[in-house]
Design a protein around this ligand. Sequence first.
Ligand SMILES: Nc1nc2c(ncn2[C@@H]2O[C@H](COP(=O)(O)OP(=O)(O)OP(=O)(O)O)[C@@H](O)[C@H]2O)c(=O)[nH]1
Length: 901
Amino acid sequence: MAEVTVKELAENVGTPVDRLLGQMKEAGLPHSNETDSVSDEEKQALLAFLKKSHGESSGGPKKITLKRKVTTQIKSSSLGGRAKTVNIEVRKKRTYVKKETTVPVEEEQLVSPSKREEENAKLEAARLREQEEKAKAEQQKQAKIEAEEAAKVTPSGEAAHSEQPAEPSEQRTEAVDAEEPVVNVETAVAETESTGEAAETVKVEVVADSTDEKSDSTSKNERKTGKEAKKEQVKEARSAREEREETRRPSKKTKGEAVVKEAVVHHKPVERHKGNKHQQILEMLDDDGDFSGGRRSRRRKSKRREHQFQQPTQPVVRDVSFGESISVSDLANQMSVKSAEVVKVLFKMGVVSNPNMVLDQDTAILVVEEMGHKYTLINENQLEENLISFVEENVGEELPRAPVVTVMGHVDHGKTSLLDYIRKTRVAAGESGGITQHIGAYHVETANGMVTFLDTPGHAAFTAMRARGAQSTDVVILVVAADDGVMPQTEEAIQHAKAAGVPIVVAINKIDKEAADPDRVTSELSAKDVVPESWGGDTQFVQVSAHTGQGIDALLDAVLLQAEVLELKSVVDARARGVVVESSLDRGRGSVSTVLVQTGTLRKGDIVLAGECFGKVRALLDETGEQVQSAGPSIPVQILGLDGTPTAGDDFIVVESERKAREVAEFRKEKARQNELAHQQATKLDNLFADMTAGEVATLNIVLKADVQGSLEALRSSLLKLGNEEVKVNIVSGGVGAITESDANLAVTASAVIFGFNVRASGQAREIIERQGLDLRYYSVIYNIIDDVKAALSGLLSPELREEIVGVAEVRDVFNSPKFGQIAGCMVVEGIVYRNKKIRVLRDDVVIYEGELESLRRFKDDVQEVRNGMECGIGVKNYTDVKVGDKIEVFDIKEIARTID
Ligand SMILES: Nc1nc2c(ncn2[C@@H]2O[C@H](COP(=O)(O)OP(=O)(O)OP(=O)(O)O)[C@@H](O)[C@H]2O)c(=O)[nH]1
């Protein structure tokens, strides 16, 4: 490279000649004139000096590279089936470069003298100069010093030269440095904050540290002010948010939680600024005192408060309420003691118990008193009584109501056809085999008034309803086919109607038929005590034809006339009450119950209690399936909304509240369960004798079904031969074929056992048998039936009662205890003295008192029994005249069953 003069070099780098000469002097070069030539070596020397003066030689880090290494393993199975583990190392590198803005451009120009580079250098130098001057203007003091230093400069001042001229450039560098790293740090912080890499932030701050103390402090200050600014922002945001929260308070918790949730769900590190936000929300919520932190602290506080136990100053006396019986555990619960406590007390009273044991009312009272509590006796029927009184509030004007009619008669005599004709719909055609499969109810308008029909499939439902004491029918239409006459089911219908005290209107049907013989029917019915008015009786007979419609109007008139005689009236404006006709579970609609309103008006939305079911009436449907808003007396409706399917014949009633309905329903369920248990015991063949009352002729009622007529007759005669003057067999019903629903219902009403000889019960019959706990027995050998009945009748014979003395105690001493009254100190001389068995007091072997023991104690303990040779204390109930020398005899009564020879 060719040599240049100082002036040319100054022009090339865009620096004043004087300044360049000064720098050259500092670098130890001999140049003092602008015309002096500068060699390449000198240029290099000047460059080295300048670099040094700008701190390059200090070797301070210009860049920091952060490395992160993550090693993971991947396991793969090779073809040979051997697992292969591959280590994967992921290296991340991040480099932070300190901006090289302070390097004087002159130096670059010195080493790159080409024209293009020179121009670039010029531009860069110009920019630098501008910055430099700016810095100068800002730091006047430094400029002054610079000026002073410049003035001090003397050509001989080597030392001064070597130090002072460097200062301005150093300071200049510092000034730039002081700014640049701050910028860098802030950017770095912003970067790392947004990615959550806090570690990098720290490193970058170190860069600033190592670079320049001043810059660090400045950046710290700046950061500090930045923090304060943030604080201010947070505060502002907080107050703004608080204002916003005031207006839409309910959403704040959700928002705060949502931030956390999001972070958790996506496994993202919570961003710092978002974290701050979250923190703010938490803080705000805490301020409000209704978020977790606040709650927790409050809980802690309240816990502390709870723990401050205060000993009660006097024993807590609790009021315990129970009915006829209560279990030990329930009693304990009510007294707030452990069951074991009650068991202990009972044990002291001589009763061995367990928590599940049910105590009778008297025992429960003793326990409660013993434990120092009060008791209230509950009338268990209170609920029902309350319900009745609630219903009796149903006062209002009684208005005439439509009669409710049940059509009964033998199979195929035309019941459905008759009803079909009356309501002008063809129900019969739609039925399988023409037999009515459903129980329904509907009302029809006639020219003379309204009539409600209960459409039943014969007598079963009527019997079932009757068995539950449901009096739903006002009039029975007895259908008898004029061509067939009185048949078994006709007779049955008559019996049912008479038993229920329901007037009959006879419809002699199929009068259109050639074979019709109404007179025969009339005479046959008269023989059954159904006598027409024309023959001096009180029953209306109407000849009808369900096919031609002949006599149907007359029949309806007869029914309405009968209703008039009955003076059927009912309150309309009152809470509804009535009877359940049928109910079923519909797949789409749930429980669907057909009910007949008997009094009052049932409305949509009413709370209905029907038997053991209850619910709010969701919808009311009439017989055509149309929704209605209400139903008055004698109107049948379907109700939707009950929680179950009540049984046909159950009463339904509108109650004040769902709570009340539930309470009574629960009570009824429990009662029914108990009744069922009791009933199951009573109707078992083996237990029948328990029902017998002394002096009466006991009867074993049997419903007998056989496969063929021959066996039926054989069985009937054999069974009827059994028995004597004390017991007898009564075959309530005997027939050929399967055991039907009707048979089961009959067995319920007659308290009969059911025998099936080579026949089985139908599904519906089995359901009733199971529900009612009837005794059903299947046989295939006649002698087995006879043997069983003989055995049952043996049970029915009055058992022989024999007395057995089980223990004797001699009275050795008598004393009075203020707590237990008179106590006889005894020695057991025979057998065992039992606490719960009957006793007699004998004086000189003559019975002077018969009764029970009040207490039996050994030493201080109540005991159940005391054996021979042991001493005991006996308190005799209601007897205070025991003397020394008396004997207390404990006896048992044993029943010895007799058999028929
Ligand atoms: N000729 C004539 N036939 C009748 C009359 N009434 C009913 N029938 C017929 O008698 C048969 C039995 O009629 P239903 O109405 O099904 O008799 P039901 O008593 O209801 O029978 P179940 O449903 O089985 O109890 C049918 O074939 C009817 O068409 C009538 O007045 N005249």
